[in-house]
Design a protein around this ligand. Sequence first.
Ligand SMILES: NC(=O)c1ccc[n+]([C@@H]2O[C@H](COP(=O)([O-])OP(=O)(O)OC[C@H]3O[C@@H](n4cnc5c(N)ncnc54)[C@H](O)[C@@H]3O)[C@@H](O)[C@H]2O)c1
Length: 379
Amino acid sequence: MSSKIRLGILGGGGDSLIGVLHRVAASMHDQFEITGGVFNPNWDENIAFVEKLGLPTNRVYKDFDTLIDEELKLSEAERMQVISILTPNFLHFPMAKKLLENGFNVICEKPMTTTYAEAKLLESICEQANTIFAVTYTYTGYPMVRQMRKMIAEGAIGKVQKIDVQYYQGWINPIIHDVKKRASTWRLNPEKSGISCCMADIGTHAFDMIEYVTGLKVASVLADLNYLYSDNKMDVDGTVLIRCAKNVKGVIRASQIATGEENDLTIKVYGEKAALKWGQENPTYLYLLEEGKPINVLKPGHAYNSKLSLDGTKLPPGHPEGIFDSMGNIYKGVAKAIKGKPYDKGEFPTITDGVRGMDFIEKTIESHQNGNTWVTINN
Ligand SMILES: NC(=O)c1ccc[n+]([C@@H]2O[C@H](COP(=O)([O-])OP(=O)(O)OC[C@H]3O[C@@H](n4cnc5c(N)ncnc54)[C@H](O)[C@@H]3O)[C@@H](O)[C@H]2O)c1
């Protein structure tokens, strides 16, 4: 019998954005085999897609409840071991909850749920279930982001004194100015997306990135959000001032109406001694800035990188790896956890990060609605 981990997938069908990233990531380190799932709520599209992929069809189910019922009839040696949830946001919570209650490990897309209360409930169920739960804040898998985390932890830039994260996209610009389009996109529909669009979709990545690379916890936020039209209930842009523990201050600037921008996530962390800068669109370059010295450019795969960074690099220096590899590293870490092997805490974000992400989203909305006041982030 194969030693690969049996992976089920929910969502991520042929019509989806994120499905291919997870399928490639899961296969990248030869740790998972896609056993089945529900890729699309429409049966014809569901089965046609799996046939097109050339995967076995015997464990492709008509819906999520049928998947649970049928998988539980199988022996543990045959049953799916982990399920990836790649559906629109509103389905994450009911799916994750039932999966945990039935003993499955879970890999869940962000935002983890649509409310903080759901996230907390999921966290307590997960503790009882004692299963692995990863949240795919994809960018944490990049080797140079991992390197940034280790360098800051080891004091390479000294005490952190300023954090600046920008996450600019422009894809909502052509949608928001068209009444019909803005009424039909699921991300601008609170029933499918939750209470936020921009902050939930990309602000939460920026928030997680800050906590991942600096090791600091964001303690409070003050948000000023932008909705553009009165019939649009969802933020499409915003600026969030942050205060971390130890009086470290910073800013998250997130936008989906930054006309012409693609996927520009850039994080800059300034310390007493030096600074580090990294950008998602050129992910193999990590810049080290020191006063009076030329800028240092660190790249993946070199011996000067940390073990965590090197573990996320497959090829010798000079062979650029990107977003697929970054997600692949998260799956690689999850595989270690499922197989009971040792792993670094930086290898994949967990349910705790998902809970904090939901708290961030709710508190930014609360801050904005309160007239831009400081709001405390829990725990
Ligand atoms: N980690 C990242 O960087 C990143 C990037 C993009 C999207 N995402 C997240 O991934 C999730 C999906 O986003 P997307 O852009 O791929 O969405 P999408 O709308 O492109 O695709 C959603 C998929 O889910 C399927 N689906 C819908 N209802 C279903 C059901 N009841 N059962 C099974 N399948 C169902 C759809 O058929 C489709 O294949 C969202 O939560 C989003 O926030 C994360």
